[in-house]
Design a protein around this ligand. Structure first.
Ligand code: SIN
Length: 543
């Protein structure tokens, strides 16, 4: 194997690489990637790479649903207001306008290809979730929205489109020439073959990075690969300190931590402390349906006061038949732990759930690197501000996955013939170390460190200690012939270090970023984003 120098992390075998050539290369098989690929394939030659199968995505696990102003008592203006109020002063109003205005049409189109959205008397049923002022969340198969949407989009991509799908294909590095993205290097996890995937346009839709934390609702593939590789390629990334912790992860056992959907609180489930008392009404007029950041802070105060690791979700007052019908997945998941929603108090604690920050894009999904677009959780469009409104994430993937493709005509049309006939060689090797780190042990330590010191409440001392340890880990890391575990660890380390740096810099509490030493929001100094970008010489250049 041959290790190539940064900005690339790949190690290459001493044989010619395979090559594929596309007009449009899509990385990621969740809602944003599939939406973009299906739309782009109507006109362009499209390849979609996904790290595992199309079922191993965060989209597939989504329970709550997809928010859009579909109801009679709703409007895009009201959805705008709720989104911006939840976003704690950092939403980009132009991006939110796009989201709420285009959302209803995109969801109606989605419903056409995904017929299992729940209906009553022919009308789409809308659920309620935290900080939404009306019922606004369309759902499918009760709490199996992600599974239904994923399956429908995957089927549309496999059968009804000309998208070339490559599963188990790990995108490792973006390829750049003179600062322009021209595709990605990938590794096939089944046969170990490396491939140069060359394309006029690359769309990053690789999802989030929950695996940077020891306890997360995210699937195993969510190791922040997209943000890390975009950063290495010279793209601007921002808002990494805003990691959203979902209030109700099931607090039984270890990671992976299953989600107990917020839609349960939307139907009337309550939060109680160890003494059986409700604590949310004293904190916020919306009580259990306050925005997620408010609920997490209140839970934290309650757990600290009681010296406990969790509080309880109480759905015992709700109709038992309704619970089984509306929440079949949660019901089955709890049954594995011998818990029953209609009978038991469910132990819950905040858990790493969603990366608000990501690769900076404009409202067309353009990143700061020409030829590279981003959509979905990997992107920072500005729609979520400092705290994402529940069920706006599937909507973001859908709306911006579509918009990226609407912009491609303009971008591809302007490209010269030389870029159409792309050629690319990776730079040559560097030396292999003799002694190698224990990758699994390092990864475990890093993710525990993040959960302990850079979790839903952070403070100066913990952050400084974490940063020091992360830097030491980085510099002492000895990688041999790198493979998937090493690539994932490098990506996790990149994100962990940048999250910690940004969390240390932001000396205030805002949205999902809570500092115990700076408990107050400080608009004067901090109503702004923290943007990171590699200095020019280190960013990707012509090899
Ligand atoms: C949930 O079902 O509670 C999760 C929905 C989301 O994160 O938007």
């Amino acid at each position: 194997m041959t290790a190539v120098p940064r900005p690339y992390i790949a190690s290459l075998p001493p044989r010619p690489l395979l090559r594929r050539q596309f007009d449009v290369l899509v990385l990621g098989g969740g809602i944003a990637g599939l939406t973009a690929a299906i739309a782009a394939a109507r006109r362009w030659h499209v390849g979609l790479l996904t790290k595992a199968s199309l079922n191993d995505t965060t989209t597939f696990l989504a329970q709550g649903g997809i928010a859009a102003a579909l109801g009679e008592s709703d409007s895009p203006d009201l959805h705008f207001e709720d989104t911006v109020n939840a976003g704690a002063g950092l939403c980009d109003p132009e991006a939110v306008r796009v989201l709420v205005n285009e959302g209803p049409d995109r969801v109606r189109e989605l419903i056409e290809i995904c017929p299992r959205f729940d209906r009553q008397n022919g009308e789409i049923v809308l659920g309620r979730e935290g900080a939404h002022s009306v019922r606004r969340v369309a759902h499918a198969g009760g709490d199996a929205t992600g599974r239904e949407v994923s399956s429908a989009l995957s089927e549309a991509a496999r059968v009804g489109s000309r998208v070339q799908l490559y599963e188990d294909e790990f995108a490792i590095d973006l390829l750049t020439i003179d600062g322009r993205c021209i595709g990605a290097l990938s590794l096939n996890l089944a046969d170990g073959e490396y491939t140069l995937n060359l394309a006029m346009v690359t769309i990053l839709a690789t999802g989030g990075a929950g695996q940077v934390y020891a306890r997360t609702t995210n699937p195993e593939v969510a190791t922040g690969d997209g943000v890390a590789m975009a950063y290495r390629a010279g793209a601007a990334i921002r808002d990494l300190e805003f990691v959203q912790f979902h209030p109700t992860g099931l607090a039984v056992g270890d990671s992976p931590t299953p989600l107990i959907t917020e839609a349960l609180r939307g139907e009337g489930a309550l939060l109680r402390n160890a003494a059986g008392e409700r604590f949310m009404p004293a904190v916020d007029p919306k009580a259990e349906l306050a925005s997620r950041d408010v609920v997490v802070r209140a839970m934290n105060a309650e757990m600290a006061r009681e010296g406990s690791t969790h509080v309880y979700l109480d759905a015992t007052g709700l109709d038992a038949d309704m619970l089984v019908r509306r929440f079949p997945r949660v019901t089955a998941l709890l049954a594995e732990h011998e818990l029953d929603l209609s009978r038991d108090l469910i132990p819950v604690a905040p858990v790493a759930h969603y990366f608000i920050g990501g690769v900076v894009t404009d409202v067309w999904g353009r990143t700061t690197v020409p030829g590279l677009y981003a959509a979905g959780e990997v992107a920072s469009t500005g729609v979520h501000g400092a705290n994402r409104l529940a069920s706006n994430s599937l909507l973001e993937g859908l709306v911006f996955g579509d918009r990226v493709v609407r912009h491609l005509d303009r971008y591809i049309g302007r490209l010269g013939e030389d870029v159409r006939r792309l050629q690319f060689e990776l730079p040559a090797q560097s030396d292999q170390p003799q002694q190698r780190s224990d990758i699994a042990a390092v990864r475990r330590r890093v993710t525990e460190l993040m959960s302990d010191k850079v979790g839903w409440v952070r403070g100066d001392e913990g952050l400084l200690g974490a940063l020091e340890e992360l830097r030491a880990t980085n510099s002492s890391l000895r990688l041999g012939a790198a493979g998937p575990p090493e690539f994932e660890l490098l990506n996790i380390l990149t994100l962990a270090t940048q999250i910690t740096k940004c969390a240390l810099l932001r000396e205030e509490s805002r949205g999902v970023h809570v500092r115990d030493d700076y408990p107050v929001r400080d608009d004067y100094h901090w109503q702004r984003h923290i943007t990171l970008r590699l200095p020019e010489p280190q960013a990707a250049r012509r090899p």
